[in-house]
Write a protein that binds this ligand. Structure first.
Ligand code: MEV
Length: 309
C-alpha cells in the first residue's frame, strides 16, 4: 500500500427535501464514520475492490464497467488532468451504511476521487472534487440538491442553499447528536421523486410546508449561533413533523423519534432522504450513553454519536 485517503459521512440537521426546492438546509459531517480508500500499486490493469461493512458485499470494478459510478469519478479526474488510468488497485473500505441517509455514495465517490488524484500524483482541490462528486450524485439520486457532496467534500458544518456560495455554520456552543439507524434501507432517489409528485399534485399545500421549513431554519441557525440548544431542539422536532407531512417518515423513524423525545432529547427528527435510514436526536452530553441504549432497546440497528463544533 502506498497511501490511504478518506471522506466522512454526514447528517442533515435541518431542511432535507425542501433544500431540493431552494430552501436553505443545515448539514454536519460525521468525521468518525468514514469511507476509506487504500491505494496499492498494481502490475496489471486498474481495478477497484469495494466492500461496505454493513452490506457484507465485496465487488470488483474495472475500467470496462463504464456505467459504474465509481468509474465515472475516475474518468472525470483522469480526463481533467489529461492522463490515462494508472495501474493501481484501489481498495474501498466504507464503514458508512448504504442507503441510510448518511451520504455513503457521496463519501465513497469523494474518497475514490481523492485516491485517483493521489495515484496520478495530482492535487485535487475541494471545489473541483465537489463538482465531480455532484455529477456522480446525479447518477445515484436523479435530482440532488448538492448538499451531500458539499458537506462531505469540505467536511465542515454548513448552511447550504442551492446556487449560493457555501456558508459555514456559526456555532455558539458545541452540541451533541445521537444518530440511530432504523436498519431499513431506502433510496433517496425514490423519496425525492415522491415529494416531487406530491408537489405537482398539491402545489399550494407543499409550498406552504417548504415555507414553514424555511422559517424554522432561519430561526434555528440563529439559535445555533447563539448557543440556544434547547430552542434548536424544538425546531428540529418541528422539522420532523413537517417531513411527516411530506410523507418521507416511516413507522420505524417515528418510533425512534418518539423514543428520543420521551427520554429527554431536546429534539429529534429523521435525517436524509427518509422512509428508513437514520434519525438524529439532540441530547445533553451526559445523556448520550443512556439515549443510545434507549434507541437500541426501541429497535435501532446501530447508534452513533457526534459533537458539533
Ligand atoms: C439527502 O441527504 C437530502 C435530500 O434533500 C436530497 C438532496 O438534497 O439531494 C433528501
Amino acid at each position: 500500500m502506498f497511501t490511504t485517503v478518506s471522506a466522512p459521512s454526514k447528517i442533515i440537521l435541518l431542511g432535507e427535501h425542501a433544500v431540493v426546492y431552494g430552501v436553505p438546509a443545515v448539514a454536519i459531517p460525521i468525521s468518525s464514520l468514514r469511507a476509506t480508500v487504500e491505494i496499492y500499486e498494481s502490475e496489471s490493469e486498474f481495478v477497484i475492490v469495494s466492500s461496505t461493512t454493513n452490506s457484507g458485499r465485496s465487488i470488483e470494478v474495472t475500467s470496462k464497467d463504464v456505467e459504474n459510478p465509481l468509474i465515472r469519478i475516475i474518468q472525470q479526474v483522469t480526463e481533467h488532468f489529461g492522463v490515462t488510468y494508472p495501474k493501481v488497485r484501489l481498495v474501498i473500505d466504507s464503514k458508512i451504511p448504504i442507503a441510510s441517509g448518511l451520504g455513503s455514495g457521496a463519501a465513497v465517490s469523494a474518497a475514490v476521487g481523492r485516491a485517483i488524484a493521489t495515484a496520478i500524483g495530482k492535487n485535487i482541490d475541494n471545489d473541483l472534487l465537489n463538482q465531480f462528486v455532484f455529477d456522480v450524485e446525479k447518477i445515484h439520486h436523479g435530482t440532488p440538491s448538492g448538499i451531500d457532496n458539499t458537506v462531505i467534500v469540505y467536511e465542515k458544518p454548513i448552511i447550504f442553499e442551492k446556487g449560493k456560495p457555501i456558508e459555514p455554520l456559526k456555532i455558539g456552543q458545541p452540541f451533541h447528536i445521537v444518530i440511530a439507524d432504523t436498519g431499513i434501507t431506502a433510496l433517496t432517489r425514490e423519496s425525492v421523486a415522491d415529494v416531487k409528485r406530491l408537489y405537482q399534485e398539491k402545489p399550494t399545500d407543499i409550498k406552504k410546508i417548504f415555507d414553514d421549513i424555511e422559517t424554522l431554519i432561519r430561526q434555528a441557525t440563529q439559535h445555533i449561533a447563539d448557543g440556544n440548544i434547547k430552542q434548536l431542539g424544538s425546531l428540529v422536532t418541528l422539522n420532523h413533523h413537517l417531513l411527516q407531512k411530506l410523507t418521507v417518515s416511516s413507522d420505524e423513524l417515528d418510533n425512534l423519534v418518539n423514543t428520543a423525545i420521551s427520554n429527554g432529547a431536546f429534539g429529534a427528527k429523521l435525517s436524509g432522504g427518509g422512509r428508513g435510514g437514520n434519525m438524529i436526536a439532540l441530547v445533553k452530553k451526559s445523556d448520550i450513553t443512556q439515549m443510545k441504549r434507549c434507541l437500541l432497546d426501541a429497535g435501532a440497528s446501530n447508534v452513533y454519536d457526534t459533537q458539533v463544533v
